[in-house]
Structure formats: C-alpha cells, structure tokens
Design a protein around this ligand. Structure first.
Ligand SMILES: Cc1cc2nc3c(=O)[nH]c(=O)nc-3n(C[C@H](O)[C@H](O)[C@H](O)COP(=O)(O)OP(=O)(O)OC[C@H]3O[C@@H](n4cnc5c(N)ncnc54)[C@H](O)[C@@H]3O)c2cc1C
Length: 316
C-alpha cells in the first residue's frame, strides 16, 4: 500500500478532483464527524461531479491507495490514528431534481433538505427522515430509517462508482436493504439515488414529521456530540433497554459517556478519543452479554487505525 506523500501524487489527485472540487491533505476527521472525534485522513477529497468521482477512483486504483466514502459523518467513528489513503466526501454531489413523483438526489444532498423539498411539493415517502441527520448516500448505504419507514421503502435506483471507476446501477431490490444496512458493496461510492414518492396533502406530511421530531426530542440527548444509536436493536428488543437494565447510563471511559438521556447513545462528553468510545463499547457489550446472553452489534461504522498501530488498518 503506497501513501500519498509525493508532491506529484498530490498534484495528480488535485487534477482528478478538478476545479469545482476540493482536496485537503492530512485533514483531521474530527472536523467531519458528528462525534467530533477522529485522526487525520491522508487525503480528503470532495468531487463535485460523478465524472470527478470516477477519475479519483481510477487514480486510487492505479496507485493502490485505499479509497472509501464519507457522507455527513453522522454514523461514523474514526480511530485516533486516522485513515490511510483517500476518503471521498459526497458533500458536493448536491443535485436534487424532481420529475413528477420521482426525485433524483445526489449522494451529498442532506436528508433534511430532501425532506423539506419533498414536503414543499406535497410529496410523501420520506417523512421517516424527520430528525435523522446525514446525507442521501449514507442513508442509502445504511438504509437509515425510523418508525415511519426507511430508504428501502422508496428506493427505485442507486448509482455508485466501483473501484475501477465504472458507474454501477442497481434497482431497489438489488440493493439488498436490511435493517440499518444494505448489500451495496462497501468498496463502492454511492453517487446518487432515485426515489419514488407519492402525492399527499402537505399538512398531513408536516404533522407526521412534527410528531416524529417531538417524540425524538423528548428522549434523545441534546447539545453533546454523538452519532445517534451506537448499537443496532437486537430482534424484538431495544439495545437502549438492555443497556439501561445493566445500570450503565452515565458510565464513562475518558471523555466518552453512555448518555444519561438514552442508553443506546454514546456521547462525546468532552475531549473523548475514539479509544475511549471503543473501550466503552467493549464494556457495554460485556455487561449485556453477561446479563442477557446477547451480543450487541455496532450500528456505527468504525474506520481507520489505532494511534499505536503501525501497518494494520482495522475497519468495519
Ligand atoms: C442525532 C442523530 C440521530 C440519528 N438518528 C438516526 C435514526 O433515527 N435512524 C437511523 O437510521 N440513523 C440515525 N442516525 C445515524 C445516521 O444519521 C444515519 O446512519 C445516516 O444515514 C448516516 O449518513 P451519513 O451521510 O452521515 O453517513 P456517514 O456517517 O458519513 O457514513 C456512514 C457509513 O456509510 C458509508 N457512506 C457514506 N456515504 C457513502 C456514499 N456516498 N457511498 C458509499 N458509502 C457511503 C460510510 O463509508 C460509512 O460506512 C442518527 C445520527 C445522529 C447523529
């Protein structure tokens, strides 16, 4: 695996991204995650077109640079040692086009923007996004959702760019959506999605979204950096209930804390490192396993390598 430290490599990356995009080297990922945690990535690039994503991927393949996607960083824990290679940020892929009841959204469109634009047009189907942060790309890959639905319910097509720089198109069924996940290969960069909406009175949409937001506001932590639910709910149960029953609300490791407001949220209570969060994750898992015989599965994605490690990249 080669690293991106020669000026010629850096220039090639800048050229691949093109004038409309942005490239930053040794970029601290704490700036790009809602947990405000994470070491530096060798190259953070934000292409502004699908063609630019293709060029960056081809260049990465040529040099054997690891390359993966980042959206709004709202479901992401980046380890303290940072990330080798290239992270392609979707934030400039912001096209949003409505045609009748279909909407085509770039991977970098904020879920809140998609919801507000659909609502303005009296188009229903994405009410479930009320209070869910993140980007369309991250939402599709994660099959983000709430009690009101999930991306699976509305997805017609997803376009992504594979490691060779080719555009791949899948219909909704081929995306293999499951609870908080999909079968979209982790080495593909989703660039846009097409969603099928339906007409509904705007007031009814707004009322559902308001109720969802109010319910969430009442039970979720505020004012502290977090990544939403840290664990997936086990079938037929709630991770938060199990963790709370273990008496772990408020438990801390370094700056990481099991939120006193919601036991399935680990928050950055101040100066937390990824190592603190991961140690707290291990502690919670061990307690839940010993009390309930259940292995909690992480919902949050962990990328990068530990500060101490030399050479091995650990990601999920
Ligand atoms: C306050 C809060 C509340 C939340 N509530 C909910 C909720 O109710 N329901 C829910 O489902 N989630 C919830 N989440 C989690 C999060 O919002 C979702 O998982 C969201 O879909 C993640 O999108 P993102 O753009 O931030 O992805 P990121 O965090 O940037 O990335 C998440 C994963 O998706 C991959 N990814 C991102 N973009 C792309 C792309 N373009 N192509 C390929 N892979 C990509 C990343 O590599 C990573 O593996 C919450 C988070 C927070 C902070």
């Amino acid at each position: 695996m080669s690293s991106i430290d020669r000026e010629a490599d850096r220039q090639a990356l800048r050229r691949a991204v093109g004038g409309e995009g942005e490239v930053r080297f040794d970029e601290p990922m704490e700036r790009h995650t809602t947990l405000r945690i994470g070491g530096p990535v060798e190259a953070w690039v934000a292409p502004a077109s699908i063609a630019a994503v293709q060029r960056v991927r081809s260049l990465c393949a040529l040099h054997n640079w690891p390359c993966r996607a980042v959206g709004a960083g709202s479901n992401l824990l980046v380890r303290d040692g940072g990330v080798r290679g290239v992270l392609i940020a979707s934030e400039r892929l912001r096209d949003l086009a409505f045609a009748g009841r279909t909407v085509r959204a770039g991977a970098g469109v904020a879920t809140g923007k998609l919801l507000s634009e659909a609502t303005r047009r009296g188009l229903s189907g994405v009410e479930f996004l009320g209070g869910v942060p993140g980007s369309v790309g991250g939402g599709l890959v994660m099959n983000a959702g709430t009690t009101l639905g999930e991306f699976k319910d509305v997805t017609l097509r997803v376009r992504s760019v594979d490691p060779r720089g080719e555009v791949i198109e899948r219909d909704g069924a081929a995306c293999g959506f499951v609870y908080r996940g999909s079968a979209i290969p982790p080495d593909e960069i989703v660039v846009e999605g097409e969603l099928a909406l339906r007409e509904r009175p705007r007031e009814a949409i707004e009322s559902d979204v308001r109720n969802l937001r109010d319910r969430r506001r009442a039970r979720e932590p505020h004012g502290v950096p977090n990544a939403g639910s840290i664990f997936k709910n086990p079938p037929g149960d709630h991770a938060g209930r199990l963790i709370e029953q273990c008496g772990l609300k408020g438990r801390r490791v370094g700056g990481a804390e099991v939120s006193p407001a919601h036991a399935n949220w680990i928050v950055n209570a101040g100066g937390a490192r990824a190592a603190d969060v991961l140690a707290l994750v291990d502690l919670v898992r061990a307690e839940v396993r010993s009390r309930f015989g259940l292995q909690l599965e992480l919902e949050v994605k962990v990328v990068g390598h530990d500060q101490e490690s030399h050479g091995h990249a650990a990601s999920q």
